[in-house]
Design a protein around this ligand. Sequence first.
Ligand code: SF4
Length: 224
Amino acid sequence: MNIDFLELNKKITNCNKCSRLVKFRNKVSLEKRKKNINEVYWGKPVAGFGDVNGKILILGLAPAAHGGTRTGRAFTGDKSGDFLFKCLFSAKISNQPFSKNVDDGLKLNSTYITNILKCVPPGDKPHLNELNNCSKFFYNEISKLKNLKVIIPLGKVAFENCIKFYKKNYKVNKKIIFKHGKKYTLPDKKILIPSYHPSPRNVNTKLINLKMMKNLFIKAKQLT
Ligand code: SF4
């Protein structure tokens, strides 16, 4: 990781700007989940990880209470991460089909993963002021990813906040709507491919499956 990202990630990790979220992440980390009762939770904002020279950005909404907030890495140690990494591995974007903890040997191929919001919100529902507070970190990440070509927001909220960034910084003429797998060319020539979130609900209701997600990630790789 280069110095720019190290500094940015340090700022993210030390941030206490949203009082409701600081309170919630502390509560989650103290109360813990029964099966992780003997673990020390990370309990801080969760920065992005992966290849900072990568061409693909995968963008989630926020760390999970007992996933990223516990392990300190996005999509790590929770059910969404379990499914996501099966798909990324099958598309040869990750070196292994699981993401359990920061010492599990996970490596990403030309890909960076982060969340729009760096702290877990109660009920997975962030407030607008929290999304606005945290947007500066996402804007910084996206501008530091110099080789970035394809952005894959996972879920509608991540998608909408990514579009917000583009509307703020560029003239966006065409209508861009959330549609799984649809390809859009953004004003800076990057490609946007919205995807459904890899949540257990979306998997259990068969809105998504491994083949669909694998194909989307392969399509993204072919565009880099
Ligand atoms: S959500 Fe973002 S801005 Fe708010 S406290 Fe966490 S890191 Fe800071």
